[in-house]
Ligand binder design. Structure first.
Ligand SMILES: *Cc1c(COP(=O)(O)O)cnc(C)c1O
Length: 389
């Protein structure tokens, strides 16, 4: 382990402050480190392993597809890619899908589509995108520019032009921004729950107001569902908790259940914006990733989503009045806990007691597998409560 840490330090770029644990395998919602210590995983690799580890359906689909063909490029057809696109459209009501490999790339596609839509319709001066303060949309230069958090920007100027940040849950500010830049605004992009920003759900009246004002002005509505999507909030997509109709939905994280895949879902207005050669991705729609994602999306039935909500209610009710817990936020199995002690201390203490949690800003963040066994969930919540005291 010490050898691994020092080799990591020597050979891996210095961007990650890892915990001193070497994870060697997982099963269900438990992972095991190199010393044989077991942990209940309440983070899912940041909302990625939607059905846990060593999941039979997922493993079978992936290994079957790997032994058939692992990659073809987009010069040829493969079935998993088409099947997944069809399934996503049928379940969401969106019309077409562009596949990529990550959340940032899904957002890049959304931004390109929005710019082309607006340029075609309103001229090349119409390219600006409103995003929210405290948002997070990715790490590429453009998605960083979209991200409404100054501290991510500082070292990487010049940023991509054309993003305006307005405060979340402030409809007047949004409307004012729209009115002041009327002919220049192509789209608005929101996360229904600001994930990295601290698990902060947007208010219903704000989200629905944004959608209404956008529609009145032919401004596209992009919902970034990279973290909130694919069953995480108890609906297929978090926007389905609101009465809105997005023009573009971007998603990734949980979609592949642990293999890299991103998707931009395009609605009625945007489905035909991209033409041949306008966008592309060598790996995009990779058949192994799509076969994996099919096992995730196919399992997001009403029963499974109802179970997500039951577990969510259990977590909220256990934590709401627990000692050392100031507030609990989120939806479904995307939960933020404001604690009296620093969140990082709680995460460290829980880890020692065999529970892996995340942080988001000053909160403890939980993103367990959607099918986490109730027994594991109860044990983990008891330990987290103990650590909050
Ligand atoms: C994680 C995340 C991203 C970036 O996804 P990557 O796969 O890391 O590129 C974008 N938007 C949101 C809301 C996220 O949570």
């Amino acid at each position: 382990m010490f050898d691994l840490i020092s080799r990591d330090k020597e050979y891996i770029a210095n961007t990650y402050n890892r915990f001193p644990i070497e994870i060697v395998r997982g099963c269900g919602s438990k992972v095991c480190d190199v010393n044989g210590k077991e942990y209940i995983d309440m983070g899912s690799g940041i909302g990625v392993t939607a059905f846990g580890f060593n999941d039979t359906l997922w493993c079978q689909a992936v290994s079957e597809q790997i032994s058939l063909v692992q990659h073809t490029s987009n010069l040829y057809y493969t079935k998993p890619c088409v099947e997944l696109a069809e399934l996503l459209c049928k379940k969401s009501g969106m019309k077409k899908v562009f596949f990529s490999n990550s959340g940032a790339e899904a957002n890049e596609c959304a931004i390109k589509v929005a710019r082309k839509y607006a340029a075609d319709k309103k001229g090349s001066g119409c390219y600006k995108i409103i995003t929210l303060e405290n948002s997070f949309h990715g790490r590429t230069i453009t998605t960083l520019s979209a991200t409404g958090q100054e501290h991510y920007h500082e070292l990487f100027n010049p940023l991509t032009d054309g993003f305006i940040h307005t405060p979340a849950n402030n409809l007047e500010a949004f409307e004012k921004t729209v009115n002041e830049n009327k002919d220049e605004i192509a789209a608005v992009m929101i996360e229904c729950i600001q994930g990295e920003g601290g698990v902060i759900p947007l208010e219903k009246s704000f989200v629905e107001g944004v959608d209404r004002i956008a529609k009145e002005n032919d401004i596209l509505v992009i919902v970034d569902e990279v973290q909130t999507g694919n069953g995480r909030t108890g609906k297929l997509y978090a926007y389905m908790n609101y009465d809105i109709k997005p023009d573009i939905v971007s998603t990734a994280k949980g979609l592949g259940g642990g293999l890299p895949i991103g998707a931009a879902l395009l609605g009625e207005k945007t489905q035909s914006v991209l033409g041949f050669g306008d966008h592309g991705s060598t790996y995009g729609g990779n058949p192994v990733c799509c076969a994996a994602a099919l096992t995730v999306i196919n399992r997001l039935t009403d029963e499974l989503l109802a179970e997500v909500m039951l577990k969510s209610e259990y977590i909220f009710s256990e934590l709401a009045n627990a000692d050392g817990v100031e507030s609990v936020s989120g939806m479904g199995l995307m939960i933020g806990i404001k604690t009296a002690k620093p969140a990082s201390d709680i995460v460290k203490a829980a880890m020692e007691k065999g529970v892996l949690c995340l942080t988001a800003k000053n909160k403890v963040r939980l993103l367990p597998a959607l099918n986490i066994p109730l027994g594991d969930l109860k044990t983990a919540i008891e330990i987290i409560k103990e650590c909050c005291k």
